[in-house]
Design a protein around this ligand. Structure first.
Ligand SMILES: NC(=O)c1ccc[n+]([C@@H]2O[C@H](COP(=O)([O-])OP(=O)(O)OC[C@H]3O[C@@H](n4cnc5c(N)ncnc54)[C@H](O)[C@@H]3O)[C@@H](O)[C@H]2O)c1
Ligand SMILES: [Zn+2]
Length: 359
């Protein structure tokens, strides 16, 4: 399956196929990726999948430590150091093999080294396959905030191989699946229903089940970013569930939740606001909460004060000129961006999912 994504710096392909990782060499050559290819990966991914990739590259792999806490400028510097030492030039390319953290970090190095060298994403987590590898956003964290340093650097190619998800821990897999559900809720009821009806197969990493949901999710992400690369309108709908999610992550210092888990709560909160406003049928909220419950446990929120959440939301960088644009579903499969959601409505929805009013 080949999707094409238009971006300001040209079109790029998203190649989705079981076994694509083993054919990476041929895919890179077919996409005219320069012949000096520097793999950037992390120690975990390389331990599990290095054997598949190592023989495809003549340059030493650049291996980074694993974890969001390493997504910062010093790690980017390590990539520059390795590239300079190997005399990489503008006829070189970076091939980022890993999850979203790795892709964002290596992608930022690719965006900035020699003012930009070609980048190939080989995403190895479900979240990276359906979300972070497509769209051109790259970047790292600053000690004072997530993703504060970044660039737009659309890849030359994205290679998605669902079979690499076989080694992904169940919790990581589930975290990615919440983002798939997000796509279903905002634009595609059929995708939502497909996840609900193939949950057991998905958790068993059945190749056909994975192909179907990964492909549809990539199609949605690709279509949205192609129409709105710089997030002025449509791309905002991808923030469904993310207003409260970012607040949850911030108030728990990024330690309690996988990002997708926080998004699961964020979607429940947004759905509750919509139901309370009368803009979404309660049955659709039930379908969402039912599916999320069926997927397995989420970390508790019963000790997280609504008050602290509201404080964190007002610090969200997505607030435009003091206006909070809240993405609310109108059904499973459709959504709207609403500029006038009041604090009280958000607070009520948070209390309804079990968060106490004060610490
Ligand atoms: N650029 C974007 O548009 C965008 C979009 C969404 C999220 N992000 C970023 O993505 C990051 C989160 O990405 P993530 O959820 O992939 O987390 P991650 O990159 O930390 O990966 C999760 C864990 O899984 C491991 N792993 C990766 N592939 C594996 C495999 N096949 N088998 C076993 N283990 C594997 C990783 O080493 C890591 O320990 C965040 O930093 C977020 O800001 C970026
Ligand atoms: Zn997200």
């Amino acid at each position: 399956m080949l999707l094409e994504v238009g971006s300001r710096s040209g079109r790029y392909g998203v190649h989705i196929e079981p076994g694509a990782a083993a054919r990476l060499d041929a895919l890179l050559t077919a996409a005219r990726v320069p012949a000096r290819r520097f793999v950037v990966s992390n120690t975990t991914v390389w331990r599990l999948h290095g054997e598949t990739f190592a023989s495809l590259f003549s340059e030493e792999p650049i291996l980074l430590p694993d974890g969001e806490r390493h997504k910062h400028l010093q790690t980017v510097s390590r990539i520059y150091d390795a590239l300079v030492r190997a005399r990489a030039d503008r006829a070189s390319a970076i091939v980022a093999i890993g999850g979203g953290v790795l892709g964002d970090t290596a992608g930022f190095a690719a965006a900035t080294f020699l003012r930009g060298v070609p980048l190939v994403h080989v995403p190895t987590t479900l979240l990276a396959q359906v979300d972070s590898a497509i769209g051109g956003k790259v970047g790292v964290n600053h000690p004072l905030g997530k993703n504060l340093i970044g660039a737009f650097h659309p890849p030359a190619l994205v290679v998605v191989d669902p079979t690499v998800l076989g080694t992904l821990p169940r919790r990581e897999f589930r975290a990615g699946l919440y983002e798939v559900i997000k796509y279903g809720v905002i634009t595609n009821r059929a995708l939502f229903d497909r996840v609900a009806s193939s949950l057991a197969k998905l958790f068993a990493r059945d190749s056909d089940a994975l192909m179907a949901v990964v492909t549809e999710s990539c199609r949605i992400k690709a279509s949205v970013v192609e129409q709105d690369e710089h997030e002025t309108g449509l791309r905002r709908t991808l923030n469904f569930g993310h207003t409260a999610a970012h607040a949850l992550e911030a108030v728990t210092k990024y330690r309690r939740f996988r990002h997708g888990e926080a998004v699961a709560y964020g979607m429940l909160i947004a759905a509750q606001i919509a139901v309370a406003r009368g803009t979404m049928p309660a049955a659709d909220r039930e379908a969402l909460s039912g599916l999320i419950a069926k997927m397995g446990p989420l970390p508790a929120v019963t000790d997280i004060a609504v008050e602290d959440m509201l404080e964190a939301i007002t610090h969200d960088k997505k607030i435009v000129a003091g206006q909070l644009h809240y993405v609310l579903p109108t059904a499973v499969g459709a959504c709207e961006v609403v500029p006038d959601v009041k604090k009280d409505e958000i607070a009520a929805a948070m209390r309804s999912i079990g968060m106490p009013a004060t610490p």
